[in-house]
Structures are given as structure tokens and as C-alpha cells.
Design a protein around this ligand. Structure first.
Ligand code: COA
Ligand code: AMP
Length: 627
């Protein structure tokens, strides 16, 4: 079937499309209805059905005779180790860790926060929660203690799984002190912590609360999978919204399993026995979906890589991993490709490896600039597919589809809408724009299986964030164009979310940190274009009247404060003192104008501006800084 026919088949009968896809999952109980439009914010998928996602990822492959196939290969240039786990071994370890969590009191429906580096035990902990019917919430290791504390306080976990340390090039990051600090900051205290002791740094355990991961695993009996309702949550993943409070994106178990399993063949063209690598981190949605759940649901071998695209040890790292493990499809962030291209522009390190088994490169996390996509396609001699999605959707909204022959998309475009998504560009009033019109990208409701049905304990917040602006539509927060061929060009966020090296951050969260400084009267943070990271945050601040200390000293303190409160991944390096911020007559900061200034443009004052001189003053500061 070609893409147009497949898309038309979905449009003609969405429920039949998803019912057929659902046959790829092993159900404990089949659904009463494929879709119930009357429940939830836009309807619910597979009500009445029951399943266990961990059993679908592990046990059923062992039962089908794939027990000796590799399920997970941990390749860590930072630890100097490569470890291969068969499906049987991964199932057995996961079952025991589930037993260990159960002994700590974790049961179906309980929340578990996972704060771990890229070690196999992170994947095992996620799957162990799924096995128990518990809800996991993974927090990316690059977040500092106060960000972890926010998530612990909101999620209220019964237990936390963490590790003594993570490894970054040239330094060891002690995770446990950050966990201890986060628990101290949080009003909610977990009853138990399961701590993986890594060799590089061992952690002190708090008696009565902390338990050694290895000892607890060894002492536990394997736990059987606990079926849960398809509409029950599998996990919550906090992501940056427009305010300092992250949004707890909920993933329901049934639709997620169906959509992710289906996506592996439909989009990436891989199935059981194929080696698939998502070079992301388990702390992000790409890691959840395409390091852990989708490849294992499909019976693939998934690579878990603890390293960087460059510097561990060089810009050939990705190609070494692909060659060593026979990767067929690689999924990476454009920023990683830019880092590689910068250090190996001729692609000499690509040519040095045997990539005969390598078939395609998929990119997401930010728009891939066409020169990078073209460079990669040329040097690799393979299709490069940019595809667009978000934490909320859980799997791609648009893509190139290996199963249907639409492949690869034009450089700069994110490809065609996935069967399951009716994507349109809307004007400010919510009217569908004709092809070629630049507007708000929105998905017609209902969202497909796998997309977030709500935010954790915040149905009202979900509706407010995504559904109220354009009734009948899901507002993606991205702006863009749909061209004459129906391909979607995502041009960037229309809100205060920025993407720094493939990491989603909120300028609002950074502003909260700047505003907390005793000498800062007001501030604004915008995303500035960066050749490597796509965007980096740039801060502007106004000192309180009477502050005699120089702005530069306070700027240094602000940079340190953001690193301590949000984490190093914010890559916040520049805060500029300005006499005042440009505002509208109603007092709103003109962030759009600041954004353009940050990108080196010279924006004309908008008609709503209160005092054009304020914009000119900031422009002078930016020019002086750049000079
Ligand atoms: N734990 C603790 N610290 C972490 C961390 C983690 N898990 N991950 C990153 N950091 C730190 C880094 O050590 C660095 O600290 P520094 O400021 O002291 O140097 C900082 O956070 C920024 O890290 P990073 O974003 O990795 O930037 P970089 O300049 O070191 O490397 C790239 C640039 C492009 C190589 C890197 O950003 C990269 O590989 N990006 C791809 C990200 C990705 O795959 N995202 C997928 C999402 S889909
Ligand atoms: P996250 O939720 O961290 O996956 O970030 C989602 C956001 O990243 C989207 O809303 C987009 O702004 C951006 N994004 C992800 N993939 C792409 C892509 N292929 N093209 C353009 N933007 C993208």
C-alpha cells in the first residue's frame, strides 16, 4: 500500500485502522470499544481492555522463542563497557526488580520516580514499574535538585529509584546528593529509595529509607506481570510548559502500546530481530518511546548508549556503535549531527566504519536545518528523515514512512501527517488556512492512540493548555506551513518553550530563577539562535533602583543560579543588564521583539509599543555584547 492509500484508509475508518493495529499487542482482555468519544477530554482508546506493557515488551517474546535474542545492548564509552541482555535475561532481571519494588510497598497504581543515568537499570526500573502496574515518572539526570524536587512534590512517589552517579565526559556527577537535596526540598517524602551503586562514586545510604539496588534485586522473588486497564496510566513524564511548573504528561497503557508497536513498522520499517538505536536519553520522550517501549514491543534489539556524539572519544562514535551492533535505523537529534559535522565535515569517520547494515537516519527534537540533513544524507549515502513530534503526542505526528514509500521528506520539512493525525495550519481565529499559509499547527480531535489523554491530576490544565484556544483541535504550540504536497514544515514554537540541544526548556522557568535574585527588578528570557544547539536561552534583566553593584557581577550570579536551580542542560550562559524592558502600552514585555534582537535582527518597534526608546536601548546592549 502506498502512503496516500494508507492515509485515506485511516481517514475512512479510523477505528478499523486502530483495531487492526491493536492485533499486534497481546491483551489480557480485549476492548469493549475501540474508541469511546464520550469519556475523557477528547475520548478514550480501547476502554474495557486490559494488558501489561512489560509482558508485551519481554515475556511474550521469550514465550515466542526469542529468549536468546538480544533485547538491549548497553554501550558505554564513558564506563568503558558494553553489555548485552537477551530477552530472557532482561525479563528475569526486570521481574526481580519488580519483586524488590513490591517488597518496598510499591503496588498497582503507585507512583515511582526514576532519576538515573543511562544505565540498563534505568530501563529495568521503568519496565519493572510497568510490570507491577505502577506508574513511573522518569526525571532527566541533567536536572538539578530543585527541578527534581518540583517533580517529586507533584508526583508524590511512594518510592524513588536512583543511582550513586552519572558519567559525563571528564567528570563524575554524583546523583545521590542531588536526590537527597531534592527530597529535603520537597514537602512530599518518598517512603523508600532504591539506589544503584556505581563504581565511580558510591553513595551513602540513609538507614531505613535507602536500599541497595543490587542487594534488593538479589533478595527478591520474581514478580509476575499485573494487568491494568488500557486506560490506566503507564507513566507520567514532566515536560516544560510556558510556566515554571512542568506539565505531567500522562501516557495511557493501551493506546501507547498499540501506537508504538505500529509505528516501528509503519514509520521506521523495522520488526522483530532488527537492531534499532535512538541516541537520546531515557529522561526524554524519545528515550521512553524509542529506547525502551517501541523497540521492545516490536521485538527489536535496542541500543542504550551512555556517551556523546563527539568527544567519547571522537566524532566517529555514532558510526562505531552502528557498525559494532549492526544498527539498521538510527534516531538522533539534529544538534548531535551538527556537532559531528562540525568536527568531521568531510565524513572521514563515517567512511571508516562498516555501515553496510545501516539503512536510515531519523531526526527529531527540533527542526533539522536543510544543510545538515543534506550533509548527512550525502555522507551516509542513506535516507535522512526529519519527523516531528512532542512529549504530549508520544510518537510522531508527521514523518516519512518506510512502509508506504513516502521516504524521505524534503530537507527542512517534517514529512506527511501520520495516519492518525489530521494536521492543519490555523489562523488566529482557528480557521483552516489554505495550503502554503503560515499558522498555528493543530491536530483535529480526537488525538490518536498513544497521545496524552490528560495531565497528571490536572484535567483542567490539559484543556486550558491544549484544547480551549481552537475548539475541536489540539494546539501543538508549534507554528508552520503545510505545502501543496501536504508536507508539514514546522518552523518553531509559538509560545515560550525553547529547544536547547534537543532539550525542551521553558523560558518562564528560567525567568522565575532570575526574578528570585534580590537585586533583579524584572527580567525576560528568550531563545537565541545557536549554530550547534539550535537555540540557547538569553536573559535580559533590570536592576532594582539603588543597586550599586555592577550588572556584570549580578549577571554572573544569575548564570550560576540557573545552573544550580535548573541544571547545566539549560546552557544558560548570558544575562544582559538593560536599563528597562520594551513593553506594550498594557505593560506586556515585547518578547517577540527581544527574540528578534537576540537573533541579530533589528526589529521595527511594533505599533503597540509603549516607548520605542526602550527597544533601542536593548538593541544597543545586544550589539555591544555581540561586538
Ligand atoms: N547529567 C548531568 N549533567 C548533564 C547531563 C546529565 N545527564 N547531560 C548533560 N549534562 C551537562 C553537560 O555535562 C554539560 O555541562 P557543562 O555545562 O558543564 O559542560 C551541560 O549539561 C550541557 O550538556 P549538553 O547539552 O550535552 O551540551 P554539550 O555542549 O556538552 O554537548 C551536544 C553538545 C550537541 C554534543 C549535546 O548537547 C548532544 O549530544 N545533544 C543531543 C541531545 C539529544 O540527543 N537529545 C535527544 C532529545 S530527543
Ligand atoms: P519534546 O516534547 O521535548 O519532544 O519537544 C517537542 C518540540 O520540539 C516540538 O513542539 C517542536 O517545537 C520541536 N520539534 C520536535 N521535533 C521536531 C521536528 N522534527 N521539526 C521541528 N520541530 C521539532
Amino acid at each position: 500500500m502506498d502512503y496516500a492509500a494508507a492515509y485515506a484508509a485511516w481517514q475512512a475508518d479510523p477505528e478499523a485502522f486502530w483495531a487492526a493495529a491493536a492485533e499486534g499487542i497481546t491483551w489480557e482482555r480485549r476492548w469493549d470499544r475501540v474508541f469511546d468519544p464520550a469519556s475523557g477530554a477528547f475520548g478514550r482508546w480501547f476502554p474495557g481492555a486490559a494488558l501489561n506493557t512489560c509482558a508485551n515488551c519481554l515475556d511474550r517474546h521469550v514465550a515466542a522463542g526469542r529468549g536468546e535474542q538480544a533485547a538491549l545492548i548497553w554501550d558505554s564509552p564513558l564506563a568503558g563497557q558494553t553489555v548485552r541482555f537477551t530477552y530472557r535475561a532482561l525479563r528475569d532481571r526486570t521481574a526481580r526488580v519488580a519483586g524488590a519494588l513490591a517488597r518496598l510497598g510499591v503496588a498497582r497504581g503507585d507512583m515511582v520516580v526514576i532519576y538515573m543515568p543511562m544505565v540498563p537499570e534505568a530501563v529495568i526500573a521503568m519496565l519493572a514499574c510497568a510490570r507491577l502496574g505502577a506508574v513511573h515518572s522518569v526525571v532527566f539526570g541533567g536536572f538539578a535538585a530543585p527541578e527534581l524536587a518540583k517533580r517529586i512534590e507533584h508526583a508524590r512517589p511512594r518510592a524513588v529509584v536512583s543511582a550513586s552517579c552519572g558519567l559525563e565526559p571528564g567528570r563524575v556527577i554524583a546523583y545521590k546528593p542531588m536526590l537527597d537535596a531534592a527530597i529535603a526540598l520537597s514537602a512530599h517524602k518518598p517512603e523508600a529509595c532504591l539506589i544503584l551503586q556505581r563504581e565511580a562514586v558510591r553513595a551513602a545510604l540513609v538507614p531505613g529509607r535507602d536500599h541497595d539496588f543490587a542487594e534488593a534485586e538479589a533478595a527478591a522473588a520474581p514478580h509476575a506481570p499485573v494487568p491494568i486497564a488500557a486506560t490506566d496510566p503507564l507513566y507520567v513524564l514532566y515536560t516544560s510548559g510556558t510556566t515554571g511548573q512542568p506539565k505531567g504528561v500522562v501516557r495511557d497503557a493501551g493506546g501507547h502500546a498499540v501506537a508504538l508497536h505500529n509505528s516501528m513498522r509503519m514509520i521506521y520499517g523495522v520488526g522483530a530481530g532488527d537492531v534499532f538505536w535512538a541516541a537520546s536519553d531515557v529522561g526524554w520522550v524519545v528515550g521512553h518511546s524509542y529506547i525502551v517501549y517501541a523497540p521492545l514491543l516490536a521485538g527489536c534489539t535496542s541500543i542504550l548508549y551512555e556517551g556523546k556524539p563527539v568527544g567519547t572519544p571522537d566524532a566517529g562514535a555514532f558510526w562505531r556503535v552502528c557498525a559494532a551492533h549492526g544498527v539498521r535505523v538510527l534516531f538522533a537529534a539534529p544538534t548531535a549531527l551538527r556537532a559531528i559535522k562540525q568536527q568531521d565535515p568531510e565524513g572521514a569517520r563515517i567512511a571508516a566504519h562498516d555501515l553496510s547494515r545501516f539503512e536510515a537516519l531519523y531526526l527529531a527534537g527540533e527542526r533539522c536545518d536543510p544543510p545538515t540533513a543534506i550533509w548527512a544524507a550525502e555522507k551516509l549515502g542513506r535516507p535522512v528523515v526529519d519527523h516531528w513530534w512532542q512529549t504530549e503526542t508520544g510518537w510522531p505526528i508527521t514523518a516519512g514512512f518506510r512502509a508506504y514509500g513516502l521516504f524521505p521528506p524534503k530537507p527542512g520539512s517534517g514529512g506527511g501527517p501520520c495516519p492518525g493525525d489530521d494536521v492543519q495550519a490555523l489562523d488566529d481565529a482557528g480557521t483552516v488556512l489554505p495550503r502554503g499559509g503560515n499558522g498555528h499547527l493543530a491536530i483535529r480531535l480526537p488525538l490518536p492512540p498513544g497521545a496524552a489523554p490528560t495531565l497528571w491530576e490536572d484535567d483542567a490544565g490539559y484543556r486550558a493548555a491544549y484544547l480551549v484556544d481552537f475548539p475541536g483541535w489540539y494546539r501543538t504550540g508549534d507554528g508552520g506551513v503545510i505545502d501543496a504536497d501536504g508536507d508539514v514544515w514546522v518552523m518553531g514554537r509559538t509560545d515560550d518553550v525553547i529547544n536547547v540541544a534537543g532539550h525542551r526548556l521553558s523560558t518562564g522557568a528560567i525567568e522565575e530563577v532570575l526574578a528570585s535574585h534580590a537585586d533583579v527588578a524584572e527580567c525576560a528570557v528568550v531563545g537565541a539562535h545557536d549554530a550547534l544547539k539550535g537555540q540557547v536561552p538569553l536573559g535580559f534583566f533590570v536592576l532594582k533602583a539603588g543597586v550599586a553593584r555592577p550588572g556584570a557581577a549580578i549577571a554572573d550570579e544569575l548564570v550560576a543560579l540557573v545552573r544550580a536551580r535548573i541544571g547545566p542542560i539549560a546552557a544558560f550562559r548570558t544575562a544582559l543588564p538593560v536599563p528597562r524592558l520594551p513593553k506594550t502600552r498594557s505593560g506586556k514585555i515585547l518578547r517577540g521583539s527581544l527574540r528578534r534582537l537576540a537573533d541579530g535582527q533589528d526589529p521595527a518597534p511594533p505599533p503597540t509599543i509603549d516607548d520605542p526608546a526602550a527597544l533601542a536601548e536593548v538593541a544597543t546592549v545586544v550589539r555591544q555584547h555581540g561586538a
